[in-house]
Design a protein around this ligand. Sequence first.
Ligand SMILES: Nc1ncnc2c1ncn2[C@@H]1O[C@H](COP(=O)(O)OP(=O)(O)OP(=O)(O)O)[C@@H](O)[C@H]1O
Ligand SMILES: [Mg+2]
Length: 331
Amino acid sequence: MRSIAVMNQKGGVGKTTTSVNLAAALARRGKRVLLIDMDPQAHATLHLGVEISADTRSIYDVMTDDDTLEAVKRKAAENLWIVPSHLDLAGAEVELAGAVGRDFILRDKLPADPQMYDYLIIDCPPSLGVLTINALTAVREIIIPLQPHFLALHGLSKLLQTVKLVSQRLNRELRLTGIVFCLYDSATTLAREISRDVRTFFEDEKDRDPSLPWADAALYRTKIRRNIRLAEAPSFGQSIFDYDPKSNGADDYADLAAEVDGCKREFASRNKAKPSAARTAAAPDGSRASAPAAPNIAAELSGPAEPESSPAEKEPASSFFTPDPLSIEID
Ligand SMILES: Nc1ncnc2c1ncn2[C@@H]1O[C@H](COP(=O)(O)OP(=O)(O)OP(=O)(O)O)[C@@H](O)[C@H]1O
Ligand SMILES: [Mg+2]
């Protein structure tokens, strides 16, 4: 069983949309998927049309009582089950504050038989509290949805530090598997530049310290385009595949599932494009590459920003990258 937490403490970046539609896409590929809604907002639960009432047993009961995941899970589609959430879960942080072993409650309730599901996917809340820590101790993999937006990169440093701390102290198997861009608008230069900066950052990190939990992180080739059908689907209680299977959103999540399932990772490559080509290459929109206007994520993650140099002094970063996809298998 592969176990994946979809996390980013930043709100509204596409965690729930990705958790639900990736889970649905994997289920449509014939994989048995258990989706755990770990967010008190219960958006994943609502997205899949699971009705919750005051006495619905939920992940709250798993976290604070004797209930098991199996006892509270609900079938959402062929091959797809969800452990629903409930607003009560918001109180769990406080209730669990003094509990012994509170960081491992979910891990200790995982199915005893790892063959029961092919995938366990956890939709994390937009915080780094005890609920997210429980998700991170229960899984081996993390997928981070990122919005290619200047502010979306703020906080990535904190997020990675959390991943590192959890991997060092609580879960040595934890690895960042991939970054997926959501709400992607390929027509904007900013989206392309941020995508390039993220790639450069992870390439450099791999060279710097191969033992880091994100050293092998992939930037998925599939970008989830901004698509209104994805935003509409939750209000109908349907995954994108039931709501509009012909939409770009359905195509993108089917592609992402194929990448995740095939473990085809577009690895940070050392084959960078030649700088001269990078500097003169025409971007897809016909504009010429120049010094980046986007923030340099490497600088942001490794410490305080250096004083701004003028564009003339600054070495233009590569804006043209030839990927060197590797395909690897994870058991
Ligand atoms: N690719 C997309 N195109 C259009 N709308 C999208 C897309 N992805 C997500 N959305 C919409 O953006 C909003 C935020 O997405 P989502 O709920 O998945 O983010 P989140 O990270 O789970 O948020 P939170 O941090 O509150 O849990 C939702 O209204 C969702 O329907
Ligand atoms: Mg969410």
